[in-house]
Design a protein around this ligand. Structure first.
Ligand SMILES: Nc1ncnc2c1ncn2[C@@H]1O[C@H](COP(=O)(O)OP(=O)(O)OP(=O)(O)O)[C@@H](O)[C@H]1O
Ligand SMILES: [Mg+2]
Ligand SMILES: [Zn+2]
Length: 532
């Protein structure tokens, strides 16, 4: 009878367990020195070896001839436990035995001494599923079990366990297994099974498995069923990575603000029975990949895709900004939540698509930043021009001055001559020497990573350059308090330095009272565009 690979290749000794050396070495040492605890808790994500290690530990603790703390797998006890003729290792699935009665039965049972072994071991899997009453019924036994009883609790959701349980167990946290470790285990299993697998295909499987060895072996199983030679193409087909062109089409049309195309794409996918919740989560993953490409130097390690798709992602990443991506993901996340309870999922998805294509209708901060960026790039490309406000020439006395600085007061110094505009700044020059700083959007993008609270305060803001000063214009009254704090001022300075390559001193750009006519070309622009 065919046994699936992950069951057939369950490690039989601690030495076979991959990527959990911090746990297996301790457990083997405890067995070897005869110091096996009365209660263990194994936690960590799925398919990382919790049940496997629980079984090995139960066997090793009872083995007649343990080898360096590992079960020998040869003696009568090891063999009896493996073939089920010895019943002193009891596996309980807490998901289906979660009531107080189940635990009461267990409490009665622990009083009987084991028949063939030194210890009766209870492995309680998915222990977080026990009811509150069941947990309470377990406490006393867990604290002071009879000398012949050991407990091993296992769960993926340790945060759901009461503190009273946690404090009675020796806890081990299983890590996600690295792609390298998964790859070499896959290559080993494939060789033993005579399955021909390319190394890059194994690595792709490892990345799809996201740290879970069980998933990796399952995918290998599926791939070897499809083809004698497992290549990365076979893997992408078997794992459903291929054929995602519609996501790229979706993303292209969204960034080109093309709602009609996006709506007809939804209509087509809906007609093909595509589930809207799945579409939404695929789109979130798609934009997440672009976000990673825009922020990380070696994105390949964090993205699961084929090499061809990676290039396509890079192209899309070049064409968009981080703020837009953040807006897309936020909007799609909201939609994913709404979709769960929606009676008309298609309409919900369509509404989301319209929002994605037209950020202007959203009050979300990232949407506003996306608008500002659009305006800035229109300015840069010369698609929109701004003339200096006429009032300014008539009344030069109302010139604005920097008010609060993070460092010394610029008013004390003679006003420096206006700097020659750099390519990034020369797009808009107002009538006086203040130059609109067009790299501000980029600075805010960096602050979104380095100083989120400050970014929240900055909201809709702009900045001007006056000589060696960068003057920030922000209507939020709390801003002046924030900028006085060293860490926030420093975050801005670093971001500005990274964008301009120059060190500026900071100041606040403050409007004269009553001077409602704006001196902010960007604000003028926003008005202008809004009035179109
Ligand atoms: N660390 C590992 N080394 C080698 N193989 C592993 C490892 N972890 C898991 N496996 C493989 O995956 C299968 C399932 O592992 P196991 O049952 O131990 O996972 P688990 O952590 O208990 O997962 P779950 O939380 O889903 O119960 C094993 O039979 C084995 O083939
Ligand atoms: Mg398990
Ligand atoms: Zn043995």
């Amino acid at each position: 009878m065919y046994r699936v690979l992950y069951r057939k290749w369950r490690p039989q000794t601690f030495a076979d367990v991959v990527g959990q050396e911090h746990i297996t070495s301790t457990l083997a040492h405890e067995v070897e020195s005869g110091k096996v605890s009365h209660a263990y808790l194994f936690t960590g994500s799925r398919g990382t070896g919790k049940t496997t290690c629980a079984k090995i530990l139960a066997k090793a603790a009872n083995c007649l001839n343990p080898v360096d703390g590992n079960p020998c797998n040869e003696c009568a006890v090891c063999k009896g436990l493996d073939d089920g003729s010895i019943l002193d290792v009891v596996e309980i699935d807490a998901a289906s035995n979660n009531s107080v009665e189940n635990i009461r039965d267990l409490r009665d049972e622990v009083n009987y001494t084991p028949v063939h072994t030194k210890y009766r071991v209870y492995i309680i899997d998915e222990v977080h599923m026990l009811s509150i009453g069941a947990f309470n019924a377990l406490l006393k036994t867990l604290e002071e079990p009879p000398a012949h009883v050991k407990f091993i609790l296992a769960t993926t959701e340790v945060h759901k366990l009461p503190a009273t349980i946690l404090s009675r167990c020796q806890r081990f946290d299983f890590h996600r297994i690295t792609p390298e470790n998964i790859t070499s285990r896959l290559m080993y299993v494939a060789a033993e099974e005579n399955i021909k697998v390319d190394e890059d295909a194994a690595l792709l499987i490892a990345r799809i498995a996201d740290g879970a060895m069980r998933d990796a072996l399952s995918i290998l199983d599926r791939c070897s069923g499809i083809s004698d030679h497992v290549t990365s193409d076979v893997v992408s087909n078997a794992a459903g990575l291929a054929g995602k062109d519609y996501l790229f089409e979706f993303a292209d049309n969204i960034s080109q603000n093309n709602p009609s195309e996006v709506l007809s794409l939804i209509s087509k996918l809906h007609g093909d029975s595509c589930d809207m919740e799945r579409l939404c989560s695929e789109l979130i993953n798609h934009f997440r990949n672009i976000m990673i490409i825009k922020t990380v130097r070696n994105p390949q390690q964090l993205i699961v895709c084929t090499d061809i798709d990676l290039e396509l992602y890079k192209k899309q990443a070049e064409k968009t900004t981080l703020f837009k991506i953040l807006y897309y993901i936020t909007t799609l996340e909201e939609c994913a939540t709404l979709l769960k309870n929606s009676t008309n999922k298609r309409t919900q998805m369509e509404m989301c698509a319209v929002k994605l294509c037209i950020p202007d209708i959203s009050g979300d901060i990232s949407a506003i930043m996306a608008r500002v960026e659009r305006l800035e790039s229109a300015l840069k490309d010369g698609k929109v021009t701004v003339s200096a406000p006429v009032e300014k020439q008539e009344a030069p006395a109302v010139r604005e001055k920097p008010e609060v600085k993070a460092e010394s007061e610029p008013e004390e110094r003679p006003a420096p001559p206006p700097p020659p505009p750099t390519p990034a700044q020369q797009t808009v020059v107002s009538a006086d020497e203040d130059v609109l700083f067009t790299g501000w959007g980029e600075v805010l993008e960096k602050l979104n990573v380095t100083d989120k609270p400050l970014l929240g305060i900055l909201g809709v803001s702009s900045a001007y350059i006056r000589g060696e000063f960068l003057l920030i214009k922000c209507d939020n009254p709390i801003f002046s308090q924030f900028i006085r704090q060293d860490n926030h001022a420093k975050a801005i300075k670093i971001a500005v330095y990274e964008v301009t390559g120059k060190k500026y001193r900071l100041g606040i750009y403050k409007s004269e009272e009553g001077n409602t006519k704006t001196n902010d070309p960007l604000a003028d622009l926003v008005n202008k565009i809004n009035n179109l």
